[in-house]
Design a binder for this molecule. Structure first.
Ligand code: GDP
Ligand code: MG
Length: 804
């Protein structure tokens, strides 16, 4: 009987808990585990919740929750014992009854309720007949099974109660069959669902599977008509597909009965939770935008704690966003329904604007993208019979082709990066022009003094040096949004997946790493798309090794000075070194993470021509995040560095160089000199390193000041527009000449390696803290990159000293 039916003072032993996964988990955590004894403290009719005592604790449960728990009650046990042993009346020996209750509960647990769910014509009824030995009519057309048929049989010491449900293509509430199946799954909650799948028509059949996954039930897949798959010559990696879907898959041929025993063996294993690796609850990833909407609704639903016994809130949110009539009914009855209704309105409008289609069709696309991705990884249809029907399939045949995929991918990446820099030149100049205008306007307005210097050099100069990169960043985002929205990015991730797995990462890690070449901050933010926490963290931690655009000016300056003949080669070498070390670091780190690296599906959404609106929106959205994060931090850092290089002796020297040497930053540079000596750096290079902590762009400008010739240079040229030294060839060569005079080529090479690898920059540091969810990840990144930089620079310096 149900736990809710026990009266006050009655005792019982728990047989099993039904309901969806998260409900079962929560109830189990409260101690409602099979075999445990439970006593009713207070169960008054019409009173909710009911109070129980279990394993010595008092706990209240809602009536609905208690009705999902099956028990053997004291009276039931007595009655059964009287019948069985023909005893006149049971003497109330508590211990005896309790023992018998436990035995009866264990016996009762041997009953497993199974529901067959699948498309019409996939062989459910044949399977039902085979298993239960009955002779239901089998027809080769849909709609034969109207209601549900129930059959009973014994197998493996268990008593099976199996239900043949009507065939459906989906679990939306459109047709009576669909509604019927859904109600059965929600109300009756079978112990295990057997998802019967027609192996010769996987794409269509797995669509239904995605919806069963959403409901968070215990599922075993019967890969039926397996004979046809074999006959067609298709190849399917069943194990991997099972991993990806989070459920065990058993190939069956229900016409002959082969595989049916294995199927029910697996059902027993799932029912008994024998092997935790056999099944896991996965989430179908609907893409960032839809997932956001789902979360909005889900958070509102979660306020209603008594909703969760019956439905998974994620499932409800998805259905509600899809305008599901039945779920609408559920929501209508909630106290905070107004809030939820208006949230849905908002979200549907937002999605409509982005995708130019309804939430329903966006969800359908996402499910097919999931199925497509899962199959692309596991299924190779027999070549001769391969027929491509949709445009997406035709494009994919080329884009993911064994030979064409990688060249095409790299050509596209090259175009993106080149485009970013070539097109970015012009707006970059305008911004530079604008900043120098603002700067001279401010200096003409203000009186001489430290405040003016702070505003002009510290704030406008510092922030400006970063702001010039904004066009590049926005362009990069524009291209990335274009690739994302068209559907190509998913293919890029897909083809990189296998390679990335080799270093303990995931295909989806590739895009953020590539973005790292532009700027590490948005790259770190882009790791959000990686579901697996381990892969996400490792990706985040190695991104700083990808040489961002801010480091480029340093290379150009130094490589141009020391290795003018082979500057390009040096540049390439630095990028390659960064990539190589990122790979090594990822490999090493993946050893240290204990978490399982479970595979998940790389969705392959249909190709689509992106709408201008959604591209602009995505670009702006990312650009805004970047600006928000950067602006504050850069502002503060520029001011701090300005302060450190301005004080304490600003007015004591006419000569900038001497002044800098005797400023705070000069002191810092000198105090770290002993650490940098073995790398071939002097204290002035140390100052460059220290200021690069704020942003790598600042390295060149402080070097410009530190290595200024002894001949007097006016303050403004050296300090306020230092980044222009690159454009101004006179100043540039002067700085380069000064560098060549005081540093060895080996030291210069080591310096570039050091700049490439050490502490990313404050903004990236903060981004890692926020995305990684804790200071420890940011600090770890800082420490390991600095150690790595020192080590790599040391090796470079000593090796190079031998050869150059
Ligand atoms: P239902 O609509 O899901 O109940 O499917 P049925 O059990 O009525 O089967 C539909 C058709 O598929 C029948 O003609 C069956 O004989 C055939 N069938 C069922 N299972 C298999 C199988 O494993 N292999 C093959 N080749 N045919 C099967
Ligand atoms: Mg049937």
């Amino acid at each position: 009987m149900k736990l809710s039916e026990l009266g006050t003072g009655e005792r019982g032993v728990i047989v099993k808990v039904s309901g969806h996964g998260s409900f079962r988990k929560r109830i189990r955590e409260m101690g409602f585990v099979r075999g445990n004894k439970v006593k009713v403290i207070l169960n008054a009719p019409l009173r909710d919740p009911i109070e129980y005592e279990i394993i010595g604790y008092k706990i209240s449960l809602r009536r609905e929750e208690a009705s999902k728990i099956e028990v053997i009650s004291e009276s039931e046990a007595k009655k059964l014992l009287t019948e069985r042993e023909a005893l006149p009346a049971i003497e109330t020996d508590d211990e005896y009854i309790e023992r018998e209750m436990s035995t009866l509960a264990a016996e009762r647990r041997k009953e497993i309720r199974v529901a067959l769910v699948g498309n019409p014509n996939c062989g459910k009824t044949s399977l039902f007949n085979m298993a239960s030995g009955s002779h239901e009519h089998v027809g080769n057309y849909s709609g034969v099974t109207v209601g549900a048929k129930e059959g009973l049989f014994e197998y493996g010491g268990y008593h099976f109660r199996i239900v043949d449900l009507p065939g459906t293509y989906s679990l939306s509430a459109y047709s009576p069959e669909e509604l019927y199946v859904r109600r059965h799954l929600v109300e009756e909650v079978p112990d295990v669902v057997v998802n019967v799948v027609d192996a010769s028509n996987l794409q269509r059949n797995l669509y239904l599977t995605t919806q069963i996954i959403d409901m968070n039930l215990r599922v075993v897949m019967a890969l039926n008509m397996y004979d046809e798959l074999v006959a067609k010559g298709d190849q399917l990696d069943i194990r991997q597909l099972g991993y990806l879907l989070g459920m065990p898959i058993v190939p069956t041929v229900s016409r002959t009965g082969s595989g049916i025993q294995e199927l029910f063996d697996t059902v027993i294993q799932i029912y008994e939770n024998q092997d935790p690796h056999l099944a896991r609850h996965i989430h179908i990833n609907h893409g960032a935008e839809l997932e956001f909407s789902i979360h909005v609704i889900k958070d509102l639903l979660k306020k209603n704690t008594d909703l969760r016994y019956k439905y998974s809130t994620r499932y409800l949110s998805i259905k509600y966003l899809e305008n599901d009539k039945e779920v609408e009914g559920v929501i209508e009855a909630l106290p905070n329904r107004d809030e939820i209704i208006s949230a849905r309105f908002q979200e549907q409008k937002r999605i409509k604007e982005i995708f130019n289609s309804s939430v329903e069709s966006a969800m359908i696309d996402a499910r097919y993208a999931f199925v497509q991705g899962a199959l692309a990884e596991t299924w190779t249809p027999y070549q001769g019979k391969r027929r491509r029907t949709t445009i997406t399939e035709k494009i994919d045949a080329f884009v993911t082709n064994r030979w064409a995929a990688f060249p095409l991918f790299f050509v596209i990446l090259y175009l993106v990066f080149n485009g970013t820099f070539v097109l970015g030149e012009y707006p970059m100049r305008w911004i530079e022009w604008l900043i120098s205008g603002v700067s001279s306007f401010a200096s003409s307005l203000m009186q001489d003094g430290w405040l003016k210097d702070l505003v002009v050099d510290g704030i406008i100069g510092g922030v400006g040096s970063v702001l010039v990169f904004l066009p590049n960043i926005l362009l990069l985002y524009l291209f990335i949004s274009l690739l994302e929205d068209s559907g190509y990015m998913a293919r890029g991730a897909f083809i990189m997946d296998r390679l990335m797995h080799k270093i303990g990462l995931h295909g989806k890690s590739f895009i953020p790493m590539i973005m790292g070449f532009g700027c590490n901050v948005p790259a770190v933010m882009a790791t959000r798309t990686i579901e697996n926490r381990k892969s996400r963290l490792i990706t985040m931690l190695v991104i700083p090794l990808m040489s961002c655009a801010g480091r480029m000016p340093v290379y150009i300056l130094i490589a141009g000075a020391f290795f003018p003949e082979s500057a390009g080669l040096v540049l390439l070498g630095l990028y390659a070194l960064g990539i190589l070390l990122a790979i090594l670091a990822a490999k090493v780190m993946s050893r240290f993470f204990k978490e399982d690296d479970l595979p998940f599906v790389m969705e392959l959404p249909p190709y689509r021509i992106p709408t201008a609106k959604s591209i602009l929106r995505h670009t702006w959205e990312k650009g805004r995040q970047y600006l928000q994060k950067m602006s504050g931090i850069i502002l503060v850092c520029s001011m701090v560095i300005w302060f450190l290089s301005y004080f304490p002796n600003h007015d004591a020297y006419d000569n900038v160089k001497q002044q800098q040497e005797n400023s705070f930053i000069g002191y810092i540079g000198k105090s770290i000199e002993p650490i940098l000596k073995p790398l071939g750096f002097d204290w002035r290079m140390g100052v460059g390193i220290v200021s690069g902590v704020g942003a790598k762009e600042l390295v060149v400008s402080s070097l410009g000041v530190m290595y200024a010739d002894d001949e007097p240079v006016t303050d403004t040229v050296a300090e306020s527009e230092p980044e222009e030294e690159l454009d101004d060839s006179g100043a540039d060569t002067r700085l380069q000449r000064a560098l060549v005079k005081s540093v060895t080529p080996a030291g210069a090479l080591a310096y570039m390696v050091f700049i490439l690898l050490y502490f990313p920059c404050i903004a990236t540091f903060i981004a890692i803290k926020q995305e990684g969810g804790g200071w420890k990840w940011a600090i770890l990144t800082a420490v390991y990159t600095i150690v790595l930089a020192w080590g790599a620079a040391f090796i470079t310096f000593n090796l190079a000293s031998l050869f150059i």
